[in-house]
Design a protein around this ligand. Sequence first.
Ligand code: TXA
Ligand code: MG
Length: 318
Amino acid sequence: MAEISADIYRATSLLKSGELVAIPTETVYGLAGNALDETAILKIFKVKNRPKFDPLIAHVDSLEKVVSITSHIPDKALSLAEEFWPGPLTILLPKKSHVPDLLTSGLHRVAVRIPRHPLTRALLEEIEFPLAAPSANPFGYVSPTTANHVNDQLGEKISLILDGGDCHIGLESTIIGFENNHPIVYRLGGLEIEAIEKVIGKVKIYLNKSSNPTAPGMLKSHYAPQKELFIGNLEELAEKHQDRNVGVIAFRKKLDNLAPSKQLVLSASGNLDEAAKHLFGALRKMDQLDIDIIITEKLPESGLGKAINDRLQRAAAR
Ligand code: TXA
Ligand code: MG
């Protein structure tokens, strides 16, 4: 099992020697390595069992470091960076040529983000290179939101998990890019669309739900627990599947006629931010419980509810 500690000096020394370290961010835990070192990047793909057509996000602690790896920042991107960095927003920007093609899967844009978690920011300040960091889970599975989640699945393969506690947001960053100066959101995430639109006006949302590898990462089935998941009206689903051993992820309230120990509530007060924070932990918990299938319900389509529903749909896709 990996060492779990908050020792950023041990983390910097491992990273500087080309090793991987799991790091906390406000969204989810990442599996980090030197983003400019092809050997380190290859290790990330290997540990995650991730296909190389799925590019990685580069994490830095300052706009100067963003400028050092990108060739141009459109005005709207700059406005977003000023408003939301550090924070749960990833921006696709044209890359400089020294940024390895392996990092971007051969694409001309590199995904960049300044994360907000204090421990990881302190770590980034100690190193001069950006950190490539996909979510620290095996490819296709639910993202980790605690150090223990990382340890459960990748503990045998990495030596250090930097422990920054529970992730505050619990959903991956929102991803935005620009085509002919028009903003396009490619992944719904921890930063609400409403907040983005207040700064740069209307955005297009292009969420790929196919399994087309030219549209990296946004696979139809992703973020998925091992057990089959069904989304709909909870009472109706419970009745339909009454001959099976059912676990429930409810938004606000458990069902009366099923064992409470097999049910989890995302937010009793109906708070979408709280629901987002609990979602991935709940999916992981369901995989551990003695149940066969998971039933869950859609959340209201506002704020983080949109991103939560997107994750549920991908988790349900087979
Ligand atoms: O919140 C997050 O974004 C977390 C934390 C650790 O920062 N990271 C994360 O990374 O979720 P990952 O690798 O699990 O998801 C990144 C997504 C992938 O779906 C990938 O396809 C997309 O970003 N992506 C990365 N670079 C891209 C690029 N150049 N063009 C298009 N999509 C890109
Ligand atoms: Mg991921």
